[in-house]
Ligand binder design. Structure first.
Ligand code: PGA
Length: 236
């Protein structure tokens, strides 16, 4: 794991977008998984700009969805898919077959999990996983206490996640469960970027990179990954 501090959130985004573009030059058919949430939005915009100016080729890669609120789909404002489509997939004009996303409205969510697990196995795992960090140290919707060995699973959301998650919605929204890739997928990803911007993330990032590696604080798993980058815009 390596840590790098940038001047501001825009610098983090520019660096991350160029990094993804470089990866796609080396491996155009890479399998990518990029988190939604506030943190990666500037990266998405920077990546779209690189693609639109001919500096990134996203025509052959595949995106796998990281997580979703159970009961929500990409057309529901506030869902994880909503922001991914708005800021990344639609501007990039991706073909439908380039996107594999959980159907978090499916009646059989365990089957959804198995489908994504199987897809990732067939693709040989993720080439790049870009994640943010929750205010309780969650990664994707892997809440504190989740085994590091979990693959896709359905999760009961932590109270803090339900509360903080309100920021994505225009009106109070009941959130109870999530469907998410597991931390085993992070372990098996060839490269991981953990990105955090803004002072409010300083303490959780510090705990992730300097605290004990424990399932009680999921983001601490980053310390175990041999090819992980922690990119922040504040001094850790
Ligand atoms: P945020 O979400 O980027 O909106 O802060 C991070 C997370 O909860 O993983």
């Amino acid at each position: 794991m390596s840590t790098r501090t940038f001047a501001d959130a825009n610098e983090v985004a520019q660096h991350a977008a160029r990094h993804i573009a470089d990866l796609l030059t080396q491996k155009p058919d890479a399998t990518l998984c990029l988190a939604s949430g506030e943190t990666p939005i500037p990266t998405f915009r920077a990546l779209v700009e690189l693609a639109q100016t001919g500096h990134a080729n996203l025509n052959e890669c595949t995106f796998v969805g990281l997580d979703e609120w159970v009961g929500f789909g990409p057309t529901d404002e506030g869902s994880c898919g909503y922001y991914l489509y708005r800021d990344l997939f639609d501007p990039l004009r991706l073909r439908p077959e380039q996107i594999r996303y959980f159907d978090a409205k499916a009646s059989d969510l365990d089957r959804e999990c198995r489908k994504i697990d199987q897809f990732l196995t067939e693709r040989g795992g993720l080439d790049l996983l870009l994640v943010g960090i929750g205010m309780n140290g969650h990664i994707a919707l892997n809440e504190p206490g989740t085994p590091f060995t979990n693959r896709c699973h359905v999760v009961e959301l932590a109270e803090m996640t339900k509360t903080v998650g309100q920021k994505y919605f225009t009106q109070p929204t009941e959130l109870s469960h999530g469907i998410t890739l597991g931390l085993q997928h992070l372990t098996e990803a060839r490269e991981v970027i953990l990105m955090a911007t803004g002072e409010r993330k300083r303490d959780v990032i510090q705990q992730a990179v300097e605290g004990p590696v424990t399932e009680a604080f999921p983001a601490s798993i980053i310390q175990q990954h041999p090819n992980a980058h922690v990119w922040v815009d504040f001094a850790v």
